[in-house]
Write a protein that binds this ligand. Structure first.
Ligand code: ASP
Length: 587
């Protein structure tokens, strides 16, 4: 390996075998203790830490220089490795120290805006502003190293499966992944704009028409949407496309990617990954990205409660309402009144009025206890609730009940510490092709409009029964996070045109937006399909953090700002003029 000039060792590489060696190390002073003629400097580089000492064994100059060192100064230390009088078992190099012969200060810093010791909680905005300091912390460096290793492992695996990494444009035309586009004005073509890709979707399909057969790319994508904890305006995908395949082939390949990643980073073998239908996921978990690490599955009780004596239940079931419940084993004692109140409030975010709960504690207690004996025993029989359990019931519109109780199931499990460590995966397949946009009442593609309907459902296009159509689409879910999604694509230009028309695009609009894809499909398109992994999210899971910013070197805040470079920022009006753009004062 290429050696660094002067440096003989990295700080973390020392062992007892080095005792007596003449060495040179370079790094940052993580800890400085000057004790009148004796100084201890803890020197850090990416590999770890080593203690440097100046004492009576060191020349006077080295002792004087060590006293000039402050936290995070960059040093070059020459000296001899010695056994430590008092070893530090917490430090991998804790058996030894470097007795300095010279201490050269290579670079200085004023006092830091925050402590890098890893024990202090630092305001995240401050960390992002001084990201170069924050990134000196081993946790973050380890995350970036894991990310690098993961990318390498994926590249090796896909290469071995005959995939070719191809770059696609960043300055391009809008791709419909359902978010707002980032736009870039063209200087050369006044009034015209590029869009940054929400994904390389159309290009990868065109690469299939071009005969590339198996494509992948670890690629940046851009989506201007309201950010959530695990989202970033620019993020990375492992984007994959294959020709002449079925959904099963893509699922097998993507499962291979997961295996490679979990093996490489965690040394773990994810077992067989089960496949469930979208309809099952919604019915059993309320969500299309179910966390299957724990039970507490939903039970549909609409039929059972149809004749309920409760006016609340009757009202909830009116006009197509449904009833669902889940059981929290041993929840009667575990769940406090305060928690139950909080959970009642929690579901209101999803449009529900509240929940009905009952504790099976001898006689039932709680709001459900108002139901008659017979109804309660039927409820217990249907849900499997036993003595000591808590039953949570929701009644209302399906579009509120499924997500409301779905998210609540996870919240309850979190609050009560019922989520086991580790990973549980599931594939979700057979998504609906279309759903109605609640505002416009128009059909929208659930995945994206290039997704093929199941072959047997193509005939439903244009019949008004599009809501019944299932798509040849699939998502991979891990611990409740969608980590990969994809589909078999439409390769027949006529079907593609009919799908565009279903989602309300006129022929002229379709031609204007996606004419190049339609044209390509008319020039000999192989059947094809693929998927894309959310790489940041996967790394987040592999690194055991719930904060996506911890696995990105220079992330943006929840309001899409880079606090270090201060982007976005105003630009010179002259520059705007060149781009034929003018700032409009906001009312
Ligand atoms: N382009 C899709 C996405 O970004 C993934 C795919 O269908 O391959 O979600």
């Amino acid at each position: 390996m290429l050696s660094t000039p002067r440096r003989t060792h990295r700080c973390g590489d020392f062992s007892e075998a080095d005792i007596g060696a003449q060495v040179c190390v370079q790094g940052w002073a993580q800890n400085v203790r000057n004790m009148g003629g004796v100084s201890f400097l803890l020197l850090r580089d990416r590999s770890g830490l080593v203690q440097v000492v100046t004492d009576e064994r060191s020349p006077d100059a080295a002792r004087a220089d060590a006293e000039k060192v402050h936290l995070e100064y960059v040093l070059e230390v020459r000296g001899v490795v010695a056994r430590r009088a008092s070893p530090n078992s917490k430090l991998p190099t804790g058996q030894i120290e470097v007795v300095a012969e010279s201490v050269v200060i290579l670079s200085r810093t004023p006092a830091l805006p925050f402590n890098l010791d890893g024990h202090t909680t630092i305001n995240e905005d401050l960390r992002l502003q001084y990201r170069y300091l924050d990134l000196r912390r081993p946790e973050l460096q380890n995350n970036l190293v894991a990310r690098h290793r993961a990318a390498l492992a994926v590249r090796r695996y896909l290469d071995s499966e005959n995939f070719v990494e191809v770059e696609t444009p960043v300055l391009t035309k809008a791709t419909p992944e359902g978010a707002r586009d980032y736009l870039v004005p063209s200087r050369v073509h006044p009034g015209q704009w590029y869009a940054l890709p929400q994904s390389p979707q159309i290009f990868k399909q065109i690469l299939m028409v071009a005969g590339m057969d198996r494509y992948f790319q670890i690629v940046r994508c851009f989506r201007d949407e309201d950010l959530r904890a695990d989202r970033q305006p620019e993020f990375t995908q492992i984007d994959i496309e294959m020709s002449f395949v079925t959904r099963e082939t893509v699922i097998e390949l993507a499962t291979g990617v997961v295996r490679v990643l979990w093996r490489e980073i965690l040394g773990q073998e994810p077992g067989e990954i089960p496949v469930m239908s979208y309809a099952d996921a919604i019915s059993r978990f309320g969500l299309d990205s179910p966390d299957v690490r724990f039970g507490m599955e939903h039970v549909v009780l609409t039929g059972l409660l149809a004749g309920s004596s409760s006016p609340i239940i009757q009202a909830g079931l009116a006009d197509g309402g449904i009833a669902k419940a889940f059981v929290v084993p041993a929840g009667a004692e575990a769940a406090s009144r305060k928690q139950l109140d909080a959970w009642t409030l929690f579901v209101k975010r999803y449009g529900l009025g509240g929940i009905l709960w009952g504790k099976v504690a001898g006689p039932w207690t709680g709001p459900l206890a108002r139901l008659g004996e017979t109804e309660l025993s039927a409820l217990a029989a249907a849900t499997g609730a036993k003595e000591g359990d808590l039953v949570i019931l929701g009644v209302g519109k399906p579009e509120h009940i499924h997500p409301g109780l779905g998210r609540l199931r996870v919240q309850v499990a979190r609050d009560l510490g019922r989520i086991p460590a580790g990973f549980a995966f599931t594939w979700v397949v057979d998504f609906p092709s279309f759903e109605k946009d609640p505002e416009s009442g128009r059909w929208m593609a659930v995945h994206h409009p290039f997704t093929a309907p199941r072959p047997e459902h193509i005939a439903l296009l244009g019949t008004g029964r599009e809501g019944e159509m299932l798509a040849d689409a699939y998502d991979l879910v891990c611990n409740g996070y969608e980590i990969c999604g994809g589909s078999i694509r439409i390769h027949d230009p006529d079907v593609q045109a009919r799908v565009f028309s279903t989602i309300g695009l006129s022929d002229a609009e379709a031609q204007q937006k996606f004419g190049f894809l339609l044209d390509a499909l008319r020039h000999g398109a192989p059947p094809h399909g693929g998927c894309a992994f959310g790489f940041d999210r996967v790394i987040m899971l592999l690194c055991g953090t719930e904060n996506i910013r911890e696995v990105i070197a220079f992330p943006k805040t929840a309001s899409a700002q880079d606090l270090m470079s201060e982007a976005p920022s105003p630009v010179d009006p002259a520059q705007l003029g060149e781009l034929h753009v003018r700032n409009v004062e906001r009312e």
